[in-house]
Design a protein around this ligand. Structure first.
Ligand code: GDP
Length: 297
């Protein structure tokens, strides 16, 4: 319904990488996400009220940024991808150094390979007395993941999310990988984005966390998202601050939507409100039609 023209090469600017953390339950995904959040220099200055909005962005000492999807696990990764919202650039695979490779580790490897995403292995819980990182590297070989120490090209790093060691090195490896990928987007166009999560908030109404994929999303922009439409009333970042605009790879809460969209829905800024309603109504019709034609046999 909406045509979204490709960008000219000359308009593309570097954008931060978007990272998803995957791995077996209890191997430390949540702990690592929390520890990495602590590397944000801006959050430190602001005194840091953490808002869980499904994703966060850290600003590093050198002013570069990394976006982390704060929805650990491969369900979110796979569900988003199945809906065409392939927002992840890099996967960090967390493997506990004491536990080694477990069923969900192998699942995560398979998902990452199927998605064609580069992987960085974070060997976690290196502080434990029974940590055995070398065994992890050997077992990874059996699943065709060859880390550098084993003569391969997959980067790996020993970390402790608990003791906060190895984090700088992990960040360096993410940055190195991102550089190789030459990630770019055009910030000077009508915004597009993917819904990471959405909810109906008691006080604020429908709220969607959107990861901007192209363009710059601004307060006052008129948009379509899934089968809903709206006009951006406010944008709230992962530190709970109201902001005026969000550029590529930035996660932001969007207020001012007609209803609650679904994770994986695409947001597109359009020229005016009648156009937004027209597209939304068309999409609602398609959704209804799907529901009536997909009646159980
Ligand atoms: P998740 O299920 O993958 O999100 O794992 P969690 O982050 O919830 O961690 C599972 C358990 O492992 C918790 O009890 C954490 O405190 C512990 N844990 C996480 N990282 C480390 C680590 O680096 N060292 C140690 N010793 N324990 C850790």
């Amino acid at each position: 319904v909406l045509d979204t023209a490709p960008d000219n090469e000359a308009d593309l600017k570097p954008r931060p990488p978007v990272v998803t953390i995957m791995g077996h339950v209890d191997h430390g995904k949540t702990s690592l996400l929390d520890a990495l959040r602590g590397t944000d220099v801006v959050r430190g200055e602001a005194g840091g009220i953490t808002q869980h909005i499904g994703a966060y962005q850290v600003t590093l000492k050198d002013k570069s940024k990394i976006t982390f999807l704060d929805t650990p696990g491969h369900e979110a990764f796979t569900a988003m991808r199945a809906r065409g919202a392939d927002v992840t650039d890099i996967v960090v695979l967390v493997v506990a150094a004491d536990d080694g490779l477990m069923p969900q580790t192998i699942e995560a490897i398979n998902h990452t390979k199927a998605a064609g995403k580069p992987m960085i292995v974070a060997i976690n819980k290196i502080d434990k007395h029974d940590a055995n990182p070398q065994r992890v590297r050997e077992r990874l070989l059996e699943h065709d993941v060859q880390v550098e120490m084993m003569g391969g090209e997959t980067q790996d790093v020993e970390v402790s999310a608990l003791k906060k060691t190895g984090l700088d090195e992990l960040i360096e490896k993410i940055q190195l990988q991102a550089e190789l990928m030459d990630l770019r987007a055009n910030p000077n166009r009508d915004a597009e984005g993917s819904v990471i999560e959405a909810k109906l908030d008691k006080g604020r109404g429908p709220v969607a966390t959107v990861l901007v994929t192209r363009g710059t999303l601004k307060v006052g922009d008129v948009f379509v998202v899934g089968a809903e439409s709206g006009k951006v009333r406010a944008l709230v970042d992962d530190k709970g601050r109201q902001i005026k605009q969000a550029d590529p790879s930035m996660p932001v809460e969007v207020l001012g939507i007609s209803g609650t969209p679904s994770a994986g829905d695409q947001l597109q800024v359009v020229e005016n409100e009648s156009r937004a309603r027209e597209v939304a109504e068309y999409r609602q019709g398609v959704v209804l039609q799907k529901r009536t034609t997909a009646a159980p046999a």
